[in-house]
Structures are given as structure tokens and as C-alpha cells.
Design a protein around this ligand. Structure first.
Ligand code: THF
Length: 273
């Protein structure tokens, strides 16, 4: 996870001071890209301890198409609490756009099902895309999507490298990136999604490419960042997925096992709302 620390150091050293919606203040750069080869291990930050539990449940919740935090609450995940209304609703955020993007004629599009269908039937397509950025519905969302748009890409197996399966990569465009708290979650979440999609399409997960728009360190995270930058990344853990699961909608929390994760201690920070 050297890539993550490089990002943090880059923004720490070269970011400009910039005000933001939350009133916290940030140090920010515009435009940055990281690449994680998923064959080298699972890209979970090792320079502080992270709870993969919250990340897995959040992704399962997105894939269910849910936008009420009750599933998260039942599973003791609190990362969306601050944005929900008194009934636990967030408006038509990620889950709603991924699974049931509304069309002008009153129908709904399941972008995840379409992506799986395209990967299986037309893997060379350059249109294998999921967008959470539904311009017409932004106003109804508790928070406009930060990880807004992602695309899958399939390369044929490279026989010289001993590959037998097609190689699946995913690139995400994230318009706004909270480097200390959010980005480690976002990397793990999309790496996991890429591995899940690869499994159900009988492909091998290759690269996750993370492209950032406004990449910022909140001013109340700078001290934590300084501490984290003194730490040396450890070897990456592995993530084992139950090989029996053949549909993207059938994964449950119990189907994932993290092995050999030996991070530095957790570093606490306040989330900006
Ligand atoms: N808003 C802000 N300011 N930052 C974000 O990263 C962010 N998100 C989601 C929506 N709005 C955001 C919410 N994701 C934590 C992590 C991710 C979140 C929100 C909060 C957090 O507090 N993490 C702590 C505790 C984790 C836990 O409870 O397990 C941590 O130490 O990692 C990014 O898309």
C-alpha cells in the first residue's frame, strides 16, 4: 500500500489550503491516480488498522439496492449514520442508482445486472459502466455520490504469463476523496467488488485503478496523517471468497475471510459531515 502513503504525502506536501462545504478546511490537490494489482494481495491499508467488516457490509448493502441504513444498523455499521434522516433514509444514493436507475418512461435500469451480462456476453465492450451520478436526482440525495462512475475492462488471458482466465480490471472516478478516512474504505470496497465480479464471470481480478478528483486531507486529520506517514507498510493480506457463489447478488458477509492482516494500530479521526 505504498501507493496510498505516496498519495497522502503528495497532498500533505503539495496541497493547497481550500475551504469546503463542511466548514472544516482541507489541504487539497485536483487529479491523482493509483493502480493496485489485485494479484499482489488485497489492498487493505496496513499503516493503520481498518475494519473490513464495515466495508463488506456497506458493499453488500449497495448491491441489495438499499438506501435505508437499517441493514447497516442491524450489522452494527455506523458509517452512514450522520447523513440519514429520522427514518434512516438517505434518498436515492448508490444502491438505488446501481440497481434501479429511473428512466424517463417510468422503468428502472439494473446497472449491476447489465454489467454482469455485458462482461459475460460482450467482454470487449468499452461501455461496461456503472454511474451513480444521476444528475436529475442529485438534489434528493443526502450526499451526492463521491465514488461516482466506474468502468470494467477485460483483457484476454496472457498464455506466456501462465494465465488461463480473462483478466478483469476496474477503474473508478471519485470526484471527492477524503484521504485519511474515506479513501482506505473506497480502495478496499472497489477491490472487493472487482474480485466478486471476476468470480461470478469466471475471470481473474487484475487491476483496480483509482482516479481522484478533489483529493483532500481535512485540516483535523493532518496530525493523524503525520503519524501515519512515519509508518512502514507491511505485506498485504489476502482475501478469500467462497468459490461456491456464482451470482453477484448472492454474496453474504460469511463468504469473505481476510487472512494475514497484521496492521499498525488504529488511528482515530473525526469524520466531516
Ligand atoms: N464524508 C466524509 N467526510 N468522508 C468520507 O470518507 C465519506 N464517505 C462516505 C460518505 N461521506 C463521507 C461515508 N464513509 C468513516 C469511514 C467511511 C465513511 C464514513 C466514516 C469512518 O469514520 N471511519 C472510521 C471508523 C470506521 C468504523 O466505524 O469501522 C475509521 O477510523 O476508519 C466515503 O465514501
Amino acid at each position: 500500500m505504498q501507493q496510498y502513503l505516496d498519495l497522502m504525502r503528495h497532498v500533505y506536501e503539495h496541497g493547497v489550503d481550500k475551504q469546503d462545504r463542511t466548514g472544516t478546511g482541507t489541504r487539497s490537490v485536483f487529479g491523482y491516480q493509483m493502480r493496485f494489482n489485485l494479484q499482489e494481495g488485497f489492498p487493505l491499508v496496513t499503516t493503520k488498522k481498518l475494519h473490513l467488516r464495515s466495508i463488506i457490509h456497506e458493499l453488500i448493502w449497495f448491491l441489495k439496492g438499499e438506501t435505508n441504513i437499517s441493514y447497516l444498523k442491524e450489522n452494527k455499521v455506523s458509517i452512514w449514520d450522520e447523513w440519514a434522516d429520522e427514518n434512516g433514509n438517505l434518498g436515492p444514493v448508490y444502491g438505488s442508482q446501481w440497481r434501479s436507475w429511473p428512466t424517463p418512461d417510468g422503468k428502472h435500469i439494473d446497472q449491476i445486472a447489465q454489467v454482469i451480462h455485458q462482461l459475460k456476453n460482450n467482454p470487449d465492450s468499452r461501455r461496461i459502466i456503472v454511474s451513480a451520478w444521476n444528475v436529475a436526482e442529485i438534489e434528493k440525495m443526502a450526499l451526492p455520490p463521491c465514488h461516482a462512475f466506474f468502468q470494467f475492462y477485460v483483457a484476454p488471458p496472457n498464455k506466456e504469463k501462465g494465465q488461463t482466465k480473462a483478466q478483469l480490471s476496474c477503474q473508478l472516478y471519485q470526484r471527492s476523496a477524503d484521504i485519511f478516512l474515506g479513501v482506505p474504505f473506497n480502495i478496499a470496497s472497489y477491490a472487493l467488488l472487482t474480485m466478486m465480479v471476476a468470480q461470478v464471470c469466471d475471470m481473474e481480478a487484475a487491476d483496480f485503478i483509482h482516479t481522484l478528483g478533489d483529493a483532500h486531507l481535512y485540516s483535523n486529520h493532518l496530525e493523524q496523517a503525520t503519524l501515519q506517514l512515519t509508518r512502514t507498510p507491511k505485506s498485504l493480506p489476502k482475501l478469500k471468497i467462497n468459490p461456491e457463489i456464482k451470482s453477484i447478488f448472492d454474496f453474504r458477509y460469511e463468504d469473505f475471510t481476510l487472512v494475514d492482516y497484521d496492521p499498525h494500530p488504529h488511528i482515530k479521526a473525526e469524520v466531516a459531515v
